[in-house]
Design a binder for this molecule. Structure first.
Ligand code: GCB
Length: 580
């Protein structure tokens, strides 16, 4: 797979472009189209024109307009942008001093959803997809002294988009993650992969890709703690290696990471890498050859206290510490790739990870462009995070309705995922189960193509009484592990009442108690990630006195207060005596 993005920006010499950006709110895309809906050229906002004489007519001015903070969603920064979906122009000026023998990459960690990027009035390119990084080589576009970047950000939902028109989370717009200028040598290490050999765990193997390398260029791979250092040589920009080694394997109980250094003629990169194996055997998931039960929780990338998208490491840590307190060894990062910071912090804390792309609900499965978009998001997610031992599952979809075009689309997507990464397991969260009395059968055709079957089932909430859940018998057409990827119920924190009173903490707790009983009866169950760690914003949740724009299925409120169900789930996880 050719990677579109440089690996491990944390190890790079960078200039941050975070902070306040000048913005223009442009619902009609007036800075892009003229009154006849033709493309603007001279008068386009990306030109950042300034008055030259008092009689000049220029009907916009970045520098006297609103400011927004990057990284950050716009919805929670300004009251009038709370529900806004459309275009906002962002502008950042910065000074630059050119260096010789080096390149500069302009790197966006994420912009939701569609962006067109300009530097000094010239278009660099466009990107689609709100949760994956992208970059431009701007070496030849930068000038000595003051430069300006303008980004047209558009978060309008689209029928053919990924995600599509309909979803159960807030469509936070903006430059939601950090922006950097990355300095690299002319010939640089653009990508690499190190892993334990799946067939023979006595070997660490991998490759290093060098941009601008000559054939036969030396690459040194070093893992000092294992006393390993080897030299390999490039062919067509790629150097492959295999090292005999017996590292301590990464586990949730001991999330060991090794310092790794990669050196080429002109470049050097460091990383902290863990080694482990992951596989399935019948209905079991084996981590480093031993069965593991995945004690998990689903998490949206939303900050506590109503602050919108997570935009700092501290906010990641609040969420992750709650999951730790819950007794988890596993997290499902729903429903889109979370930030690299989230993944790296989770890895250090010993969480195994399910990572997914927003192929969610009624995606346009017949559309080839939609498929290409899904593939790009999948490949970019895998490319960015392939060196993270914590990630064991790539999920290709959530709750998609069965049908011929969906089955073909998702089968092809599982093929793409395996091609991009043969070392991990592929999954999808399915909700098309067949109900026969109190028996539920897993028969979804996608089951044949994934390694692990995720099941979303809301017994006691969207169907059935909580007490009925404990008696459900599950059957599986496939000899594969199942993860209960969603169960749950809504509760307003602090609202108390009877077990049969909706929205009370007691009702939610009863749903958890009964679903836990149900899960204990599923012998092919390998884990669970109930829905969800914390209440999160969703425009589908209208009930003013209770929901107030929040999906209340969190076991913690958005103010950080634990509901009763938190402790019910915690007891269940503490009682799972499978060793980490
Ligand atoms: C689901 C979806 C999730 C929703 C949840 C709900 O099945 O996967 O995104 O938020 O149900 O609360 O209805």
């Amino acid at each position: 797979m050719d990677s579109r993005i440089i690996q491990n920006i944390d190890s790079r010499d960078k200039i941050s472009l975070n902070g306040l950006w000048q913005t223009i709110i442009d619902p009609l895309e007036n800075g892009y189209y003229n009154h006849q809906y033709g493309l603007r050229t001279k008068k386009a906002f990306y030109k950042n024109r300034k008055m030259k004489s008092p009689s000049d007519l220029i009907e916009y001015d970045f520098d006297s307009d609103y400011q927004l903070t990057v990284p950050g969603d716009w919805n929670t920064q300004m009251e009038k942008l709370y529900y806004y979906e459309g275009t906002i122009w962002y502008k950042k000026s910065f000074d630059f001093k050119k260096k010789t023998n080096s390149k500069v990459l302009l790197y966006f960690e994420a912009v939701n959803y569609q962006s067109i990027v300009y530097l000094n009035g010239k278009k660099l390119g466009a990107h689609v997809g709100g949760f994956t990084p992208f970059q431009f080589d701007v070496t030849d576009h930068l000038i000595e002294g003051e430069n300006f970047i303008i980004v047209k950000v558009d978060n309008q939902r689209k029928k053919d988009g990924i995600p599509t028109l309909n979803m159960d989370w807030w469509n936070y717009g903006g430059i939601t993650r950090s922006v950097h200028l990355i300095n690299v040598p002319n010939s640089y290490i653009s990508d690499y992969n190190l892993q334990i050999n799946k067939q023979n765990s006595k070997y660490i193997e991998g490759w290093v890709a060098i941009e601008g390398a000559e054939d036969g260029e030396q690459v040194v791979v070093e893992i000092p703690e294992l006393k390993k250092q080897i030299s390999v040589f490039t062919t067509n920009g790629l150097a492959k290696f295999k090292i005999k080694a017996s590292p301590k394997l990464w586990t949730p109980g001991n999330p060991k990471l090794y310092k790794v250094t990669l050196k080429s003629k002109s470049d050097k990169v460091n990383d902290d890498i863990g080694f482990r194996t992951i596989e399935t055997k019948g209905s079991k998931i084996l981590l480093n050859g031993s069965e593991i039960f995945l004690k998990g929780i689903s998490i949206h990338e939303e900050a506590p206290f109503g602050l919108g998208r997570v935009s700092s490491k501290e906010e990641c840590l609040i969420l992750l510490n709650w999951a730790k307190e819950l007794g988890c060894n596993f997290i499902r990062l729903a429903h889109y790739p979370h930030s690299e910071t989230m993944i790296k912090e989770a890895e250090k804390m010993g969480f195994l990870i399910w990572s997914e792309i927003p192929v969610y609900w009624s995606v346009a499965f017949d559309n080839q462009e939609t498929f290409a978009n899904a593939v790009m998001q999948l490949e970019d997610m895998i490319s960015r995070d392939k060196n993270r031992a914590a990630i064991i599952l790539w999920s290709v979809a959530n709750e998609t309705a069965e049908g011929a075009s969906r089955n073909i689309f998702l089968k092809k997507l599982t093929d793409k995922a395996r091609k991009a990464d043969a070392s991990r397991l592929i999954t999808a969260a399915l909700n098309s189960q067949t109900n026969k009395g109190n028996e539920i059968a897993i028969e979804d055709k996608l089951g044949a193509y994934v390694d692990v079957i995720g099941i979303n089932n809301y017994c006691g909430w969207y169907g059935g009484k909580p007490s009925s859940c404990a008696d459900i018998k599950w059957t599986n057409n496939y000899d594969k592990p199942m993860i209960m990827s969603e169960v749950g119920a809504g509760a307003l924190q602090g609202l108390h009442g009877e077990k049969n009173e909706r929205w009370t903490e007691e009702y939610q707790q009863a749903v958890y108690e009964n679903n836990i009983k149900m899960m204990k009866n599923i012998d092919f169950l390998s884990g669970s990630t109930p829905w969800i760690l914390m209440d999160f914003r969703s425009p589908r949740r209208h009930l003013r006195r209770i929901q107030n724009d929040y999906n209340r299925k969190g076991i913690i409120s958005e103010q950080g207060i634990k509901k009763k169900a938190f402790f019910t789930l915690k007891d269940f996880y503490l009682s799972q005596d499978i060793k980490d």
